[in-house]
Design a binder for this molecule. Structure first.
Ligand code: ADP
Ligand code: MG
Length: 625
């Protein structure tokens, strides 16, 4: 192929512009990115060679070499991995196939201190070379191609790149960085070694650099022609826990997650028994921008006997734990396992179950021993964990314990266990109220009797709460009961005198009730007296087993038809002790008052009036009377 000059894809140009103009802190990560690409290329060769061993071309040892040339001002990263064909060089080094680039740009633009670390997070690591280089040359030959089918790719990282064919006997890739003015600090073996040690120690193949020896004449260390392995070349997760420092765990996390913040917690275990595997799993401190995308693949990489198999193997973690990052290394799976096979494998099922339990134990531990940390976790990931309550019946109880809510006695952070501990003598149920917002919940009339009696009510205001509650009915043997459903049965919490008084009042109120029912027959399924209200005249409730009005509203908003409409008409409960209700009897404006009572009850629980103008008209008639 003649030398060709091609243009970068527009997104690449934008990235390059940012990389060369704004990334100043953490420049050194370019080496981590390029070594990691070299290591990925070796992983890919190993993987493809499972079916086609001839790809090794009689050189089965895979390795990465890093060296510099002071006179030429270059740093070279060489691997003997899969290599690139000319077409691949154009495609992979000239365009970005991945989504998320726009988010990356937006984030970089928003960042005050522009951190180069962000670059790897979005899968554009190769371009980080341009942080320190004003020209990058890539020389490569794909494994299996002829020596004449090599490629040279070269660019100054502005708008264009050049490609041409090259004869290259050696399989694999050289990435040659021509350093910018002012980046001389990287022309040092000591410097390069320390960066490799910091970021790439866990890389599971040897990284070779030149040996140094003491030169008596120069009175300094000088580089020799001998090579030595500078990393431990043992994948971090395969080393015994006791040999790994917290800093190493944290560094490894950065590499698997590209998160610039340290993880919230991690767990590392070797599981033995019927299925054998090692897991190193992390919970991030911050939710990613695409946490809500349930189709997003998980963040757990699958290895089989230390051979990298695939990124984001979703079968390894339940969807509700999609935020977990890390590595699972199986000793049992075949190396050529496909995504489809993973879905069906019994070993994978065992791994998923075991890993889920591990993550839950890790969260339980944080919840128990580091309450502030858990509160921070809950803010970021709580709503996702709630999905698990409905999806993972096996672990439902453990998940329920991890839930946190607001309540009438606390701003936030109330777990079922705390609630149960605070239950009043004689209280049999766990009471809750669902609403659109905390403000609506806190001012709901439904809570009045509970406040009066000092009974705590959990306030559930997340969109997933209603759905979650359709899967969770009790905790610790105590039923979950909505305070907005059915007649409130305070059970033993009401004394005999109160009950007797309630019955008598209800009896006396019967004739008025009948008239109310007639007046509201199109809107209310039933009208009845209640003891749940103290200061409010009336409230809306639904029958036990009917959909809560909050859920009905959510469904309506999302355009889903409400099943059994009509049967879903709410019940109006009135407070026979309230002055407004008392004056109903004998009032000439009975019909207007009845409608207003209903409308106001609807408004108070965050509902919307179907005919607001009619409501205003009625209120105005009262005001002028
Ligand atoms: P990522 O590594 O996340 O895919 P990069 O920007 O680091 O993104 O690399 C882009 C692509 O360039 C890689 O996916 C790979 O196809 C190709 N590539 C980069 N370095 C090498 C290499 N040393 N050998 C073979 N291919 C490489
Ligand atoms: Mg990369």
């Amino acid at each position: 192929m003649e030398k060709q000059t091609l243009s970068f894809q527009a997104e690449v140009k934008q990235i390059l512009h940012l990389v060369t103009h704004s990334l100043y802190s953490n420049k050194e990560i370019f080496l981590r990115e390029l070594v990691s690409n070299a290591s990925d290329a070796c992983d890919k060769l190993r993987f493809e060679a499972l079916d086609a061993p001839s790809l090794y071309e009689d050189v089965p040892t895979l390795e990465v070499r890093v060296w510099y040339d002071e006179a030429a001002r270059t740093i070279t990263i060489r691997d003997n991995g899969i290599g690139l064909s000319a077409d691949e060089a154009v495609a992979h080094l000239g365009t970005i196939a991945k989504s998320g680039t726009r988010e990356f740009m937006a984030r970089l633009e928003g960042e005050q201190k522009k951190d180069a670390n962000l670059i790897g997070q979005f899968g554009v690591g190769f371009y980080s070379g341009f942080i320190v280089a004003d020209r990058i040359t890539v020389e490569s030959r794909r494994a299996g191609l002829k020596p004449e089918e090599g490629v040279r790719w070269s660019s100054e990282g502005t708008g264009e790149f050049e490609v041409e064919t090259l004869t290259r006997p050696a399989r694999g890739t050289d990435v040659i960085l021509h350093l910018r003015e002012g980046e001389e600090e990287f022309l040092s073996l000591w410097k390069l070694k320390s960066i490799v040690g910091k970021y790439s120690d866990h890389i599971s193949l040897p990284i070779l650099m030149r040996k140094q020896r003491w030169d008596d004449e120069k009175k300094a260390q000088v580089d020799t022609d001998e090579w030595e392995t500078v990393n431990k070349a043992a994948a971090l997760w395969t080393r015994p826990k006791s040999d790994i420092t917290d800093a190493q765990y944290q560094e490894f996390y950065k590499q698997v997650s590209y998160d610039s913040e340290p993880p919230l917690a991690y767990t590392h275990n070797r599981v033995e028994g019927r299925t054998e595997y090692t897991q190193l799993l992390y919970v991030p401190a911050k939710a990613p921008f695409d946490l809500w995308n349930r189709d997003k693949r998980g963040g757990v990489k699958l290895y089989v006997k230390r051979v990298f198999i695939m990124d984001d193997a979703e079968a390894l973690m339940p969807v509700y734990l999609r935020f977990v990052k890390g590595v699972i290394d199986s000793a049992d799976l075949p190396l050529n396992v496909s995504r489809e096979l993973l879905q069906e494998s019994r070993d994978v099922k065992a791994i998923r179950e075991g890993s889920t339990k591990r993550v839950l134990s890790m969260l339980e531990d944080v919840a128990e021993n580091q309450k502030d940390k858990y509160a921070a976790f809950w803010k970021q990931f709580g709503a996702v964990l709630k999905e698990g309550v409905g999806e993972d019946h096996q672990n439902q109880e453990r998940l329920a314990k991890l839930l946190r809510f607001a309540s009438t006695s606390a701003e936030e952070g109330v777990g079922f266990e705390d609630y149960v501990k605070r239950m009043k003598e004689g209280q049999e149920a766990i009471y809750y109220l669902t609403a659109d917002s905390l403000a609506t919940a806190r001012s709901s009339p439904q809570l009045e009797i509970f406040r009066k009696k000092g009974i705590e009510v959990l306030l559930l205001v997340d969109r997933v709460d209603e759905w979650m509650l359709s899967h969770l009915f009790e905790f610790d043997g105590k039923p979950l009961q909505s305070v907005a459903k059915g007649g409130v049965d305070l059970g033993k919490l009401q004394d005999e005198a109160e009950k007797k008084h309630a019955e008598e009042t209800a009896e006396a109120f019967k004739p008025v009730l009948e008239r109310l029912k007639a007046a509201l027959q199109d809107r209310a399924k039933d009208v009845r007296t209640t003891m749940r209200l103290v200061d409010s005249p009336a409230c809306i409730v639904v029958d036990e087993g009917d959909m809560s009005s909050h859920l009905a509203r959510l469904l309506k908003q999302s355009g889903q038809a409400t099943p059994g409409l009509g049967a879903g008409k709410p019940i109006l409960e009135v407070n026979p002790e309230h002055p407004l209700v008392k004056r109903l009897d004998g009032d000439a404006r009975f019909d207007d008052l009845a409608q207003i009572l209903f409308d106001q009850a609807l408004l108070a629980e965050g509902g919307q009036l179907e005919d607001p103008a009619a409501y205003v008209g009625r209120v105005n008639r009262l005001l002028v009377a």
